[in-house]
Design a protein around this ligand. Structure first.
Ligand code: MG
Length: 192
């Protein structure tokens, strides 16, 4: 990993839906949970997973708890292609990579959430200087944010923070700047 330089921008990078294929892995686990064939669950899903039959917040939490505790969700998600390659390039160029994730979502499971996250980051060779478990992402300073959750993108942009929306089926309605791949994120960071 390169040395973070003082005058280089801090990139605040989200994990789920940006570095890790949250929806891909969650779809497999939800198919098990509902005892449905994988094909019965559409790949195009919106925030909250109602297309898979998740009816309310309580059920979402239940599924999430099962995924985390019984299926090691945060350890077993595939990496989104390009995340390692381009974060490494940016890090080597001196950009400061700050991971910002809202994964302490289920009470009393924080140890496994953090352990699975660290194991995943190391296992996939993702370079980073800081790892922040925060719901309010704007409270973590960063010059550029890479984020997929529609609400987070809207909130960050409202505060005047430059936020690249990492495109997936949950954020189709969100305006540019949007990136469909890590190579596009890389180019957008460079264009700033
Ligand atoms: Mg996310």
């Amino acid at each position: 990993m390169g040395k973070a330089q003082k005058d280089m921008p801090v990139i605040g990078v989200d994990l789920d839906g940006v570095c890790a294929d949250f929806y891909g892995r969650m779809r497999e686990i939800a198919a098990e949970w509902f005892e449905q064939p994988l094909d019965a669950l559409p790949g195009d899903v919106s925030y909250g997973l109602k297309e898979w039959g998740v009816s309310d917040e309580k059920q979402y939490e239940s599924l999430h708890r099962y995924a985390l505790n019984q299926r090691e969700l945060f350890k077993t998600m595939p990496m989104i292609p390009g995340a390692r390659k381009y974060l490494r390039k940016l890090s080597d160029e001196g950009y400061h990579i700050r991971i910002i994730t809202h994964r302490l979502f289920i009470h009393y499971s924080h140890a496994s959430a953090v352990q699975q996250t660290i194991a995943w980051l190391d296992g996939h060779g993702i370079p980073y200087w800081d790892l922040c478990f925060m719901k309010e992402k704007s409270e973590v300073g960063a010059d550029i944010y890479v984020e997929d959750s529609p609400d987070n993108v809207i909130q960050l942009r409202k505060k005047g923070l430059y936020t690249i929306c990492f495109a997936n089926s949950t954020n189709k309605h969100i305006a540019s700047p949007r990136a469909v791949s890590w190579s596009e994120v890389y180019d957008m960071v460079h264009a700033l």
